[in-house]
Write a protein that binds this ligand. Structure first.
Ligand code: CP3
Length: 353
């Protein structure tokens, strides 16, 4: 465990220390809006190659670090990366996202899933995370990430992304016992995977329950929240000092519920005013967010005003500055650079009275 004086900025803020400005990183900061990434994608057209060949994944993870020096460097990977390790084969299709060739819909398929052995199934993760820690030292914080049970179940059952989530909702509402078994198995595998990432060097872990915002609050309480808790509890048992972040897309209706998951930090998206989020969550809950990624299409003045506004509303404690979701693929790189420069120069004390 790092002594606080040498621990990097984001890790200190995530642990609840008062810092002079909010640490800043971006979701999807490695990706298509960067020319360096697009060039490398030509050489390695398969997403699985880009994320599973250690040298390539290390290079991609470090592209935004080299360009912008964010306070957080996130592992380049995907939420579906551990699924083959449970016996769920997958691919990631250009422009489409994850594809599961044999979607999981029957009891027999659920029974045939195996426990995750990360050392055997995901050896590249160790090489990548160790290299990232080595490279950034105490100048930045290395983040690992996992998908949450509901969101990974949505991919496993639907077989791909969905607008309506018809198949998994049909299963949830007409045969819930089967889905609960799948969610339980996924939760245990995800906890194992998160622990492994921490053992390999991840200093903070973010869990993406991207599609849990598609659930009504009562169904969130049944199918998402208990499994988020199951993951976070297992991770906290062995790794109590690693800060855990939760993200749900379109979370305005379940924000208070997110704080009941056991996450240390709740990601807020731009459909909620940051001051309202603080009021709703109470002063002991740390937050991350929450600029609209579309703000990065605008002028520098506009971007700066929105950063200052967000920092003022978040106050001087427990805030990680970020977008409310991933950076959009056609965002100008110079605006991303401006976002980071502006964020790293500001002083919370000068903005918050
Ligand atoms: O944040 C980062 O920089 C780390 C990299 C990262 C990726 N996926 C790389 C990626 C992270 C954290 C993810 C998580 C992920 N993957 C989520 C949760 C975040 C969210 O968006 O809510 C989800 C839902 C997925 C599933 C997934 N993978 C989707 C929907 C897509 C996009 C399809 C598309 O092309 O628009 C992917 C593919 C993917 N994963 C890309 C990237 C950079 C885009 C494909 C590419 O650039 O080659």
């Amino acid at each position: 465990m790092g002594v606080s004086s040498t621990a990097p900025h984001l890790l200190r803020a995530a642990r609840g220390e008062i810092v002079d400005r909010p640490p800043v990183w971006m979701m999807r900061q490695a990706g298509r809006y960067m020319k360096a990434y697009r060039d490398l994608r030509e050489k390695y057209p398969s997403f699985r190659d880009r994320s599973e060949i250690p040298e390539v994944a290390i290079e991609v993870s470090l592209q935004p670090w080299k360009a912008f020096q964010p306070d957080g460097v996130i592992l380049f990977s995907d939420i579906v990366t551990p699924l083959p390790g449970l016996g769920i084969d997958m691919d990631i299709a250009e422009g489409k996202g994850p594809i599961i060739h044999s979607p999981i819909r029957t009891q027999a398929q659920i029974d045939s899933l195996h426990d995750l052995d990360p050392e055997a199934a995901l050896p590249f993760i160790k090489t990548i995370l160790q290299a990232l820690r080595q490279e950034v030292g105490n100048k930045s914080t290395v983040l690992g990430f996992v998908g949450a049970p509901w969101t990974l179940a949505a991919y496993a059952v639907e077989g791909k992304g969905s607008k309506t989530y018809s198949i998994i909702k049909n299963l949830a509402f007409s045969d819930p016992a089967i889905l609960h078994q799948l969610l339980t198995k996924l939760a245990d595998a995800i906890a194992t995977y998160a622990r492994y990432q921490i053992d390999c060097g991840a200093q903070v872990v973010q869990m993406f329950d991207s599609w849990a915002g598609q659930l009504s609050p009562q169904d969130y309480d049944t199918f998402a929240l208990p499994y988020q808790r199951r993951v976070f509890q297992q991770v906290k048992q062995t790794h109590p000092d690693t800060p855990l972040i939760l993200l749900v897309s379109g979370s305005a209706g379940v924000l208070e519920r997110m704080a009941q998951s056991g996450a240390d930090i709740v990601t807020v998206d731009w459909t909620v005013d940051m001051a309202d989020a603080r009021a709703r969550l109470g002063k002991h809950v740390k937050v991350q967010g929450n600029l609209d990624p579309g703000v990065l299409y605008a002028s520098k003045e506009f971007i700066r005003d929105r950063i200052y506004d967000t920092v003022r509303k978040a106050g001087n404690w427990g805030h990680i500055l970020n977008l409310g979701h991933g950076v959009l693929p056609d965002t100008p790189e110079e605006n991303v650079a401006f976002f980071f420069e502006t964020a790293k120069q500001l002083s919370t004390a000068a903005l918050v009275s």
